[in-house]
Ligand binder design. Structure first.
Ligand SMILES: *[C@@H]1O[C@H](CO)[C@@H](O)[C@H](O)[C@H]1NC(C)=O
Ligand SMILES: *[C@@H]1O[C@H](CO)[C@@H](O)[C@H](O)[C@H]1NC(C)=O
Ligand SMILES: *[C@@H]1O[C@H](CO)[C@@H](O)[C@H](O)[C@H]1NC(C)=O
Ligand SMILES: *[C@@H]1O[C@H](CO)[C@@H](O)[C@H](O)[C@H]1NC(C)=O
Ligand SMILES: *[C@@H]1O[C@H](CO)[C@@H](O)[C@H](O)[C@H]1NC(C)=O
Ligand SMILES: *[C@@H]1O[C@H](CO)[C@@H](O)[C@H](O)[C@H]1NC(C)=O
Ligand SMILES: *[C@@H]1O[C@H](CO)[C@@H](O)[C@H](O)[C@H]1NC(C)=O
Ligand SMILES: *[C@@H]1O[C@H](CO)[C@@H](O)[C@H](O)[C@H]1NC(C)=O
Ligand SMILES: *[C@@H]1O[C@H](CO)[C@@H](O)[C@H](O)[C@H]1NC(C)=O
Ligand SMILES: *[C@@H]1O[C@H](CO)[C@@H](O)[C@H](O)[C@H]1NC(C)=O
Ligand SMILES: *[C@@H]1O[C@H](CO)[C@@H](O)[C@H](O)[C@H]1NC(C)=O
Ligand SMILES: *[C@@H]1O[C@H](CO)[C@@H](O)[C@H](O)[C@H]1NC(C)=O
Length: 604
């Protein structure tokens, strides 16, 4: 997945005229009858924090499945399913139990965690191959790259995913391949192709592997180094008409990102590059969709080819893109005539694409209503309910910190404060056992997110509230909390301080942030349940506001979206509770969790 340009020197002065596409249009399927066999659909297909997509079509159940990267988030490696390529549901998370991969707890750094999964279906089994990256360790340290395989025969049951099986590879973006023509020996038909640590020796490497045990059964062979772009990565192998196609990303996952391809009649090469490379990129365009790359290919039931890739809705300015790298779709054609055939992507990637007729909507996925659409919602946390599938923590949660409908607080989520706040200690590490935080992805350019917070802090520095969260320490998030802080009583001769609830606003980022401040909560609001709200008021700014439930919200602060536009992940909206390292244990009760999309910007 992964090399990032943090350079902001490429700022392009360009005024974007942003067209708002309202949610009603966002869900419209345009089965265009005037334009034969061409269907309009909208990108991104998976808006929000869904980078490095890997998608398949399983003919047996007529369903498309996609996996995406989750970094430090838990549960991790979301699986989305669709039968028509436009309506997607989150059907599970591959990484749903800490016992599957305990080391996620000790990932250090906001770019660490699960990178670029590859999802494949072979002989009735789903395979998910990925890397737990400890991004702070040196690239040539083999323990930086913890490569892993998960399997399941029932993708609809989270608990059916196996524990991680580890295998040795000093690299990342690993992808399985089965070679049916391999007549060497019957055992040797399973392969893994991966990106060697680019800092050490950039290149794509292949080895035979036992996917059950993780045993590497041959030496790693360097197949191709790409066309010379930075960080050749995200390889996948496909076989078509006698050729092995090796498709990779290059350029780093920023504005220079692109997809390139080479092929060979032998799996081990030599690989010949496509003279038409790159085959997919939005680099050097003025489009709103940028950083297109890290693609995967699959065929639908009609035999039509499709490609998915990641993209950032940022325009070439590349300054405000809080939702990070999202999943986009496009149709793909193979040139006719076996020996000259290369895949051609429909590019550039745009907000509205015209492609093959989409697969017909069958109506419902199996067990449809148990699965989540990551969109508008009102969640009440009723008694006996579980944490919704799409709610995530930063690394593993401390389970006792979260209780649904505790006694006396029906339809509320009780948060017990962690000592650790969202900033954390010791940089962005798992040290300290987790902060009390739960959130969901931002999936609309414009939205309103609100919760009702019943919270009366009792101890100095206790704090609970809402956050626009990208990463933990040093990096990027914004929060508005209710915190118990001292005020000096200047009206008396005796110097006393009293502790009173404050709204505390805090933003951190590598780029300019508004000043942090605290203001006393209006006394009339004390001991009242407050609605706390985060809204994207326009494409560049968020507001943070509060008021007693049912009363007009008062804006407490604005924050620019560019301060949460960074790195590999995308914004989460959620709630937190912390003692800020102190002794406070006062719980916060969160209810009436609302998310309402108000517009999707898809074009400039
Ligand atoms: C679509 O197909 C019909 C016949 O099926 C034809 O009359 C019409 O011209 C076609 N339209 C386009 C835009 O190609
Ligand atoms: C339109 O697509 C259908 C099914 O994919 C195919 O049978 C039909 O021949 C196509 N029509 C044209 C005009 O391409
Ligand atoms: C995390 O990485 C930073 C930077 O390399 C290092 O200073 C710190 O000690 C690490 N913390 C842990 C717990 O590994
Ligand atoms: C396919 O899966 C079945 C059921 O797990 C197994 O018995 C069989 O050996 C597998 N075939 C191959 C070629 O791996
Ligand atoms: C890839 O680059 C390395 C140097 O980093 C070189 O030794 C190797 O031969 C190259 N591999 C191929 C397949 O061209
Ligand atoms: C973008 O343009 C630059 C400058 O012309 C060129 O070097 C680069 O290769 C282009 N990138 C892509 C992906 O086409
Ligand atoms: C995408 O689909 C459209 C509509 O059928 C078609 O005109 C176009 O050639 C296709 N492009 C590619 C690259 O597949
Ligand atoms: C109160 O404390 C402040 C500083 O903490 C000091 O300047 C001031 O003199 C004190 N006033 C009294 C009345 O003690
Ligand atoms: C809030 O409630 C606490 C007791 O829970 C009480 O001590 C305090 O005076 C109340 N504050 C206001 C402003 O009503
Ligand atoms: C977006 O909203 C912020 C906060 O209200 C405001 O400062 C900014 O000018 C607005 N930008 C546009 C383009 O309207
Ligand atoms: C967050 O917690 C750390 C460690 O307990 C503390 O140093 C820091 O001041 C806290 N940050 C805020 C904004 O309270
Ligand atoms: C927490 O409690 C301990 C023991 O009572 C006390 O020594 C310490 O000062 C308290 N810490 C804070 C931040 O209040």
């Amino acid at each position: 997945m992964a090399l990032l340009h943090l350079s902001t020197s490429r700022l392009v002065a360009l005024s974007l005229l942003l067209i708002l596409v309202l949610p009603s249009f966002a869900t419209a399927r345009n089965n265009n009858n005037n334009n034969n066999n061409s269907t309009g659909f909208q990108n991104p297909i998976l808006p929000g924090f869904h980078p490095d997509p890997s998608c398949i079509h399983v003919p047996e159940d007529g369903t498309f499945y996609c996996a995406s990267s989750s970094f430090n988030v838990f549960p991790g490696i979301p699986i989305h399913a669709s039968q028509d390529l436009t309506t997607w549901k989150l059907v599970g998370n591959v990484l749903n139990r800490p016992s599957q991969l305990p080391d996620l707890a000790i990932s250090n750094g906001s770019t660490s965690g699960i990178w670029a999964p590859t999802l494949r279906h072979h002989n009735g089994t789903f395979y998910l191959v990925t890397t737990l990256v400890h991004d702070k360790k040196p690239p040539d340290d083999p323990t930086r790259w913890d490569n892993i395989i998960f399997q399941t025969r029932d993708i609809w049951d989270n608990l059916a995913w196996t524990d991680a099986v580890h295998f040795d590879f000093t690299g990342y973006d690993t992808s399985p391949y089965w070679d049916d023509d391999d007549d060497d020996d019957d055992e040797g038909t399973e392969y893994i192709v991966g990106s060697h640590a680019y800092h050490v020796e950039p290149g794509i490497h292949l080895a035979k592997v036992d996917l059950e045990t993780g045993e590497i059964k041959s030496k790693w062979t360097n197949l191709w180094n790409g066309t010379g772009g930075l960080a050749p990565e995200g390889p996948h192998i496909y076989k078509k008409d006698g050729y092995y196609y090796l498709m990779i990303a290059e350029g780093g996952t920023g504005l220079d990102h692109m997809e390139t391809i080479a092929r060979s009649e032998n799996l081990y090469g030599p690989y010949e590059a496509n003279p038409a490379n790159p085959i997919l990129t939005n680099a050097n365009t003025t489009g709103y969709f940028q950083t297109v790359g890290h693609a995967d290919l699959f065929q639908d039931a009609c035999g039509n080819w499709w490609g998915v890739a990641l993209s950032t809705r940022s325009g070439p300015e590349y300054t405000t893109y809080p939702m990070g790298r999202e999943t986009v779709l496009t149709n793909v054609t193979w040139e006719d005539g076996g020996s000259s055939s290369w895949p051609i992507f429909n590019e550039p990637i745009e907000g509205v694409m015209h492609a093959w007729e989409l697969p017909p909507t069958s109506g419902h996925l199996p067990g449809d209503n148990q699965y989540v659409t990551e969109g508008d919602e009102n969640i009440q946390f009723p008694p006996g309910s579980k944490m919704p599938q799409h709610f995530v923590h930063w690394r593993f949660p401390v389970d006792e910190a979260y209780t649904m409908s505790p006694e006396g607080h029906e339809n509320a989520l009780r948060l017990r404060p962690s000592k650790l706040n969202l900033t954390g200690v010791d940089g962005n590490t798992g040290a300290g056992g987790g902060q009390t935080f739960v959130g969901r992805r931002q999936v609309d350019t414009l939205f309103t997110y609100s919760v009702d917070v019943d919270y009366t802090p009792k101890t100095l520095e206790e704090e609970a509230g809402v956050t626009l969260f990208l990463t933990q320490a040093i990096n990027h998030h914004v929060r508005l909390g209710i915190a118990l802080l001292p005020v000096s009583n200047t009206n008396t001769n005796t110097n006393t301080t009293t502790l009173v609830p404050h709204f505390r606003f805090h933003a951190i980022s590598y780029v300019y942030v508004p000043a942090s401040f605290s203001v006393v909560v209006p006394p009339a609001w004390n001991n009242k349940t407050l609605t706390m709200e985060i809204e994207a008021v326009n494409v560049t700014h968020y507001s943070f506001s509060a008021a007693p439930v049912g009363r007009p919200r008062r804006v407490i602060a604005y924050a620019p979206g560019k301060i949460v536009s960074w790195g590999f992940t995308g914004t989460l909206l959620g709630v937190y509770a912390t003692s800020n390292g102190g002794n406070g244990t006062q719980p916060a009760y969160v209810s009436n969790w609302n998310y309402l999309g108000r517009g999707q910007v898809r074009d400039n």
